[in-house]
Write a protein that binds this ligand. Structure first.
Ligand SMILES: [Zn+2]
Length: 219
């Protein structure tokens, strides 16, 4: 489902999957496609079908960038990597979580099986990645989890920011309220125009105000 030019929603609770499934976004860089997160892995075939409806073939997926290691964002990694040969990338502090399914993925807490998946690229959270015509800028925003990372992309003069769950505090292993406070300040200073969330629709109206209110209310 096209959301913006070169940005599509290809899996998530809204798209015929499990109600707890996180959003999977596709960025179209031309010949190269990148997925932001891979959902819970409940319906990877459905994800491919959605891509097909939008005119994309899975063989062009170059990389999955995970916003963080929680199972509902990384559960599709193993199958998609196996099916397409794509690379996976996650912040360096959460590599072990993905490769061994540690308590940081919170899969046990939710009674979910997560298939461990090798990580091909360890992120520092300050890099730029070229995806065809787009440059993705990554920023480490710990708090919701130690390795939470947002991905930003300029589109038609607007700053689009894929935030995963980075605003949420749910009393899960690896959370830090003080880290989240400074991460939120960092996000506000980035002056986003659109926030693409992990479980809800995009926030397009006053995202900076939304973040400031969140900082006041939650922290
Ligand atoms: Zn999460």
């Amino acid at each position: 489902m096209k959301l913006f030019d070169d940005i599509y929603l290809v899996a998530g609770a809204e798209l015929d999957s499990d109600p707890g499934d996180a959003n999977t976004y596709l960025i179209d860089g031309g010949q190269k496609l990148v997925l932001i997160d891979s959902g819970g892995g409940y319906n990877v075939e459905g994800l491919y079908r959605e891509m097909g409806k939008d005119g994309f073939d899975k063989s062009h997926i170059d990389m999955i960038i995970n916003t963080h290691c929680h199972f509902d964002h990384t559960g599709g990694n193993y199958q998609i990597r196996k099916d397409t040969g794509c690379k996976t990338a996650i912040h360096e502090t959460e590599v072990e979580a993905i490769e061994k399914d540690t308590e940081l993925t919170v899969s046990d807490l939710w009674g979910h099986d997560l298939t461990p998946c090798p990580v091909d690229r360890e992120l520092k959270g300050n890099e730029e990645l070229a995806v065809g015509k787009h440059i993705l800028k990554l920023v480490h925003v710990p708090g919701h989890s130690p390795g939470s990372t947002v991905i930003t992309m300029e589109q038609a003069g607007k700053k689009m920011v894929f935030i995963g769950d980075c605003l949420a505090l749910l009393n899960l292993p690896g959370e830090s309220k003080s880290d989240l406070r400074s991460s939120l300040q960092k996000l506000i200073e980035m002056e986003p125009d659109v926030l693409l969330t992990g479980h809800e629709g995009p926030i397009v109206t006053n995202p900076k105000e939304f973040l400031k209110e969140h900082l006041d209310i939650v922290l």
